[in-house]
Design a protein. Structure first.
Length: 282
């Protein structure tokens, strides 16, 4: 087992099995590339390897490419974009990420260079693509989907991409409505019929030293243990939605936070992670 190349308090061990060094599968592809750096300030983070990070950055890549192709009157197959954590100390901790836009034609056709010359206009167009679609909640062929990105259709989520891009452009962080994801997680926890655990919704509890707190999801074990479960934004993976919950998490450690994108995109995994954290059995 090898250690992950970035800090991860939850699990520093790489989950892969057999690792082999010295093997490279690929080829040199010389073309034009535009590198865009994305910087975030605490408590916002795009943690490397997190599901929410993958969804938001994959979505942002597709929106930027579509906006650029529309401005340049190109086919979607003539430009592409990928992302990575920045190769810096900030990148390791999720404070800096990079998107690179490149021509798919070997040798380059100058399209990526022209995207760079557009400045922020192409990113404003991308934001419009993400915010203005009236046909879907996550993605569709009117906004983000096409034949070229068919393998990533399940990762595309325009609302998460728009929230990230709005922050990057304007410094405005619009908190997501987490009541729906809290309810989704709660209902799925009930369906699992976890032995020795009772789940309840929006319970008022009294926490010594803090006072009254509304628990979005309260888990009571038969042995008297209590856990508060809540969804939170993928951009603030370690921060609760209220100061009271955050204080409770720091003081008592019995607050379990789940990424809102993970809940919406992979509810079974989110549910099982909560049950495992509580110590329950299905």
């Amino acid at each position: 087992m090898y250690l992950k190349p970035y800090p991860d308090q939850r699990n520093q061990q790489c989950e892969g099995g057999i690792s082999v060094k010295g093997i490279v599968l690929g080829t040199d592809f010389i073309t034009d590339i535009l590198l865009v750096s994305l910087n975030l300030k605490p408590p916002l983070r795009l943690l490397p390897g997190d599901f929410g990070t993958q969804v938001a950055l994959r979505t942002l890549c597709e929106a930027i490419v579509k906006a650029a192709c529309k401005r340049l009157d190109l086919s979607p197959s003539e430009l592409s974009a990928e992302y990575r954590p920045a190769i810096t100390e900030s990148g390791k901790f999720g404070q800096e990420a990079e998107i690179f836009i490149y021509d798919t034609l070997p040798g380059g056709a100058g399209f990526a260079r022209r995207v760079g010359e557009m400045g922020l206009d192409v990113f404003r167009d991308a934001l419009g693509i993400l915010e203005d679609c009236q046909s879907c909640d996550a993605s569709c062929y009117r906004c983000l989907r096409n034949f070229q990105n068919k393998r990533d259709h399940e990762l595309l989520d325009r609302r998460s991409g728009a929230m990230l891009l709005r922050y990057l452009l304007d410094g405005i962080m619009i908190p997501p409505d987490l009541s729906k994801t809290d309810e989704m997680l709660y209902q799925d926890l009930l369906r699992q019929k976890v032995a020795d655990i009772i789940f309840s919704r929006n319970e008022r509890i009294v926490v010594p030293g803090i006072g009254d707190i509304i628990a979005p999801i309260l888990a009571n074990r038969n042995n008297g243990q209590q856990f508060v479960v809540a969804s939170n934004s993928f951009l603030t993976p370690d921060t609760a939605t209220t100061s009271e919950l955050e204080e409770m998490k720091e003081l008592l450690g019995n607050v379990i936070l789940k990424d809102d994108i993970l809940i919406r995109k992979n509810l079974p995994k989110a549910t099982l992670e909560v049950i495992k954290k509580i110590g329950g059995t299905v």
